[in-house]
Design a protein around this ligand. Structure first.
Ligand code: 13P
Length: 279
């Protein structure tokens, strides 16, 4: 993860993180990355890890699927919004390449203390660590939050005191659907980018304009997270297919073609992040 993240940071493009919501997501994401010759991050949110089968199961499944599809582009398995130090350690032991410890709701001192433990363990295992300051709004799989802008001084303290590798400063972005026009804090983003040494991560990217994504990339965002955009495209397809033929019940006939919807949505995200033809 470390070399591809820094390559993206230097060349001013972003690696998309696409959240996994089941087996067909893995296939759609990997096929898109391979076709586009793009590095890719497969994210699993801690909130739904039991539904996905657990850290070890999903990690092995991704590797086996990548092998069976002969994937040659670099792919990273990442824990999204790790709930606790223990869950990050479990993910690392299961073989994850990268973990996010989300201590953003805790007092800064506690976030820092816990983050130090995660970084210490992760770096011994060559695993990258992402942290968060402020509050990303909206709802992601039951993780509900108010928008709260990241404080520059807190960003600096978290990075300097913990040696984490990537920082997600919340600056108005939202998980799920935006209510009204998204308004990102580009002024604050400029300051954070100038004064924080690590690559930045943008959460809540579904629903942002191409122009906002471009600006965020130029202002240091080298990893951009998408979940909702793929889920909307996928669920629209399934809904239309079932409505179009109410006699349909064969599961494979319903589900298998939807992989192409996931793949094509991820391909367009790769283009928006300018990550195509990078490997
Ligand atoms: P969206 O809900 O906007 O797709 O954001 C996903 C995300 O940030 C995952 O951490």
């Amino acid at each position: 993860m470390q070399p591809i993240l820094h390559q993206a940071h230097d060349a001013k493009y972003a690696i998309p993180q696409i959240n996994v919501n089941g087996l067909i997501w893995i296939e759609g994401i990997l096929r898109a990355a391979e076709k586009k010759r793009a590095p890719i991050i497969l994210g699993t949110t801690d909130k739904i890890i039991d539904y996905l089968g657990g850290y070890e199961f999903i990690c092995k499944l991704i590797h086996l699927k990548a092998q069976s599809l002969n994937i040659t582009t670099p792919y990273v398995i990442h824990l999204d919004h790790g709930n606790s130090v223990e869950s990050c350690i479990k993910a690392i032991d299961a073989g994850y390449d990268s973990v996010m410890y989300d201590g953003s709701r805790l007092p800064l001192e506690e976030n820092i203390e816990n983050m130090k433990k995660v970084v210490n363990y992760a770096h011994q295992h060559h695993v990258l660590v992402e942290g968060e300051i402020g509050g990303i709004g909206g709802n992601e799989d039951g993780l509900v939050n108010e928008v709260q802008y990241a404080d520059l001084d807190e960003c600096k303290q978290l990075v300097q005191q913990t040696q984490l590798d990537a920082l997600a400063p919340a600056l108005g972005s939202v998980h799920g659907r935006y209510q009204g026009e998204p308004k990102l804090g580009f002024k604050e983003m400029t300051e954070i980018n100038e004064q924080v040494a690590v690559p930045l991560v943008l959460h809540g990217a579904s629903g942002l304009s191409d122009e906002d994504l471009k600006k965020a990339i130029l202002l240091g965002h080298s990893k951009i997270n998408f979940n909702t955009e793929i889920n909307i495209a996928w669920s629209q397809y399934i809904r239309q297919r079932l409505n179009a033929d109410v006699t349909l019940f064969n599961a494979k006939e319903i589900v298998a073609p939807s992989i192409h919807v996931i793949q094509s949505t991820v391909e367009s995200i790769i283009d928006k992040c300018d990550a195509a033809e990078r490997v």
